[in-house]
Design a protein around this ligand. Structure first.
Ligand code: GDP
Ligand code: IMO
Ligand code: MG
Length: 434
């Protein structure tokens, strides 16, 4: 079997949770490789809606191993809350493992995230205010607190001494906030340590062993390609790399261990927070897409901005991630429209047109979408279980995307429930099996 990466191909919320849940049926291990509880992944099973922020989307399968890799930033309060919640619902957590090297989100990271956004004012990024950026910044500055640190009282206090020497100065002098006390914080973390200790493991070794034993491992991404710290719409991005290359470092395996990369994209586009968005829909149709697609944030409840499918950005995502196939979700949402525009090129400020993602931010900020108008299908997709049963115009929509990207669409979402998906091949095959 294989190492299969699942990544968001747009600005997040593409339906990664549902796709991972589906593929997990044929997997032996699911591991998250980046992001934190800025993510909100939804799974709908038997009319029950599950929302995960940190726990991998494979957790609902009894006996399946699930892990949180070193590349993830963990808010221990949120993680222990999620564990309690799942346990109360009777979910087996014995297969969960947490990397000892993952960094922790501390209360001061959240304070700094709030304060940073307030300071930016009109220029704010629109973060989830979960402390993600400040936690990754501390990781890079070598001031971070890792999961393994909270397991050792002496080390924990030493690390807090170094970190708080800086954080308290910033909190007091820049933001006029109260300083934090080492002992109080250390005791709080030790409370979490007791709860998390049984799950802490060398997750890099776990994955390597699974792959060597011929097992199938899903490497679950959060956020989306255009929120990538290096390649996304900087500075309106998240502070990690949601692209496939980061799966190797975020887990601790070599890139040669990755066999497939499945991108997840909506049949249209959404974005939460600030930043450029060329295909954002003008007029009342945007609200219509939002209502039909129930486009409200899983984590913050914010309205998601909605746009038509952007093939320029999606081609960029296919390139950056080396996608081997695409899962196109929420096709059902477009059933209400007579015509469906898809963006095939951008018109740049100098009047030229391009079908490649602009390398320069000013070009992207001012890019105007050039649309091809495709016929809508006007038929609900309820009960459609195979490609051949889709309305002809819906099939044409998919073929158009495949041709534009030179990429196979291997899964098509026709509703939120887990069974509402059309697969063009057997699921095991899509996930690298025989
Ligand atoms: P993620 O962050 O990528 O896992 O995506 P979210 O869970 O934040 O947002 C996707 C939303 O779309 C969730 O509410 C899903 O239940 C829902 N969803 C996923 N696939 C489909 C689909 O094919 N059709 C419809 N109508 N909803 C879907
Ligand atoms: P999932 O995994 C959609 C966005 C925020 C903001 C920017 C930076 O559910 O797809 P951050 O808190 O990360 O510093 O915010 O990134 N963002 C997401 N948007 N889905 C997500 O996760 C997101 N995680 C972060 O809205 O614009
Ligand atoms: Mg989400």
């Amino acid at each position: 079997m294989a190492g299969i990466v699942i990544v968001g191909a747009q600005w997040g919320d593409e339906g990664k949770g549902k796709i991972v849940d589906l593929l997990a049926e044929n997997a032996d291990l699911v591991i998250r490789f980046q992001g934190g509880n800025n993510a909100g992944h939804t799974i709908v099973r038997d009319d029950v809606k599950w929302k995960f922020h940190l726990i991998p989307s494979g957790i609902l399968y009894p006996g399946l191993k699930c892990a949180i890799g070193n590349g993830v930033v963990i808010d221990p309060k949120v993680l222990t809350g999620e564990l309690d919640d799942l346990r109360a619902k009777g979910i087996d957590l014995s297969g969960l493992r947490i990397s000892a090297n993952a960094h922790l989100i501390m209360p001061y990271h959240m304070l700094l995230d709030h304060a940073g956004e307030a300071r930016l004012g009109k220029l704010q990024i629109g973060t989830t205010r979960r402390g993600i950026g400040p936690a990754y910044a501390d990781k890079a500055a070598r001031l971070g607190i890792r999961v393994q640190d909270i397991l050792d009282p002496k080390i924990l206090r030493q690390k807090f001494e170094t970190a708080l020497a800086e954080k308290n100065r910033v909190l007091e002098l820049v933001y006029g906030a109260e300083p934090l006390e080492i002992e109080q914080l250390a005791e709080r973390m030790e409370g979490y340590a007791v709860r998390l200790r049984p799950y802490v493991a060398d997750t890099s070794l776990l994955v390597e062993r699974a792959l060597r034993a011929g097992q199938s491992v899903l490497l679950e991404g959060a956020q989306g390609t255009l929120l990538d710290l290096d390649h996304g719409t900087y500075p309106f991005v998240t502070s990690s790399n949601p692209t496939a290359g980061a799966a190797a470092t975020g887990i601790g395996i070599g890139p040669t261990r990755i066999d497939q990369v499945i991108g997840v994209a909506k049949a249209y586009v959404t974005r939460v927070g600030e930043g450029p968005f060329p295909t954002e829909i003008e007029g009342s149709a945007q609200a219509r897409v939002r209502e039909l697609g129930a486009e409200y944030g899983t984590t913050t409840g914010r309205e998601r901005r909605c746009g038509w499918l952007d093939l320029v950005a999606l081609r960029f995502a296919a390139r950056l991630n080396g996608l081997t196939s695409l899962a196109l979700t929420k096709l059902d949402v477009l059933s209400e429209f007579d015509e469906v525009p898809v963006c095939v090129r951008y018109r740049l400020p100098d009047g030229s047109e391009t079908d490649e993602f602009p390398a320069h931010q000013s070009d992207f900020h001012h890019a105007r979408p050039v649309y091809e108008i495709l016929d809508g299908w006007r038929d609900p997709l309820d009960g459609v279980e195979e490609l051949a049963a889709l309305p002809a115009q819906a099939r044409r929509y998919i073929e158009y995307v495949e041709a534009a990207l030179d990429l196979e669409v291997s899964m098509i979402g026709t509703g939120a429930e887990r069974e509402r998906v059309i697969t063009t091949r057997a699921l095991a095959g899509i996930a690298g099996g025989p």
